[in-house]
Design a protein around this ligand. Structure first.
Ligand code: PAF
Length: 223
């Protein structure tokens, strides 16, 4: 596995892989890799000959008072996990590499960034749109894999890629859950036992809605 911190090194490594006619799959992450990320890497591994993983805690998607400083960082174990998972190129740029002095560009997907999670996290989705635009332009993969868990992000990235003709297909991979139904997330470690129990209402609610939908559609089919 190659470990790169510089954009030029990523471009050179991917160009080499392309010369060897290898298909490039890309998994962007903010690190603290867990089984959910591994499922994205496995999917990329199945479909691509060359897998690029980025680990970058993107400051511009954190609002004031959010957890940028304390967001879980696990550089050493992330490298080991990536190596074991068969990643070919591990890209972990510095903030200065991604946003050099004088950086002045914003990217906004109108309409999709303001509602739902965007309402409580102003600027968050602009930050996601910006870094995803940069990463896809740096790696120029054949496809990138995003998790369904971040459903609004996945929809926004699909629109962004379509609107800006960003390189590669956007693949959305299923959510991985703990045995109790909670979707895996690096931020789950912030939850107290009570909050964790309360948050299970989401997966239970989703399962009940799905069951009700299936039941209603099976009845409609018989009419
Ligand atoms: O889902 C994430 O981990 C991040 O939002 C992403 C897509 C890597 C952009 O920083």
């Amino acid at each position: 596995m190659r470990d790169a911190a510089r954009i030029d090194d990523v471009r050179a490594a991917v160009a080499d892989a392309r010369k060897q006619r290898r298909t490039i799959g890309f998994v962007p992450t903010m690190g603290a890799l867990h089984e959910g990320h591994l499922s994205l890497i496995r999917l990329a591994r199945q479909r691509a000959d060359y897998v690029v993983l980025s680990v970058f805690v993107n400051p511009v998607q954190f609002g004031p008072g959010e957890d940028f400083e304390t967001y879980p960082r696990a550089a050493k174990s992330d490298l080991e996990v990536a190596l074991d998972a068969g990643v070919d190129l591990y890209f972990s740029p510095s903030v200065a590499e991604m946003y050099p002095e004088g950086f002045a560009t914003i990217v906004r997907v109108e309409a999709l960034s303001a509602p739902l999670c965007g309402a409580g996290r102003p600027g968050h989705f602009d930050g996601v749109a910006l870094v995803v635009t940069k990463l896809l332009n740096i790696v120029r993969p054949d496809f990138s894999v995003f998790g369904q868990k971040d459903a609004q992000q996945a929809i926004l990235v699909q629109r962004l890629a379509r609107d800006l003709n960003l390189p590669g297909e956007i693949v959305v991979a299923p959510t991985v859950r703990d045995a109790d139904g909670l979707a895996l997330s690096s931020r789950n470690r912030y939850l107290t036992a009570d909050e964790r129990e309360a948050s299970l209402a989401l997966s239970r609610g989703l399962r009940e809605v799905e069951a009700a939908y299936r039941e209603a559609s099976s009845r409609l089919c018989w009419r």
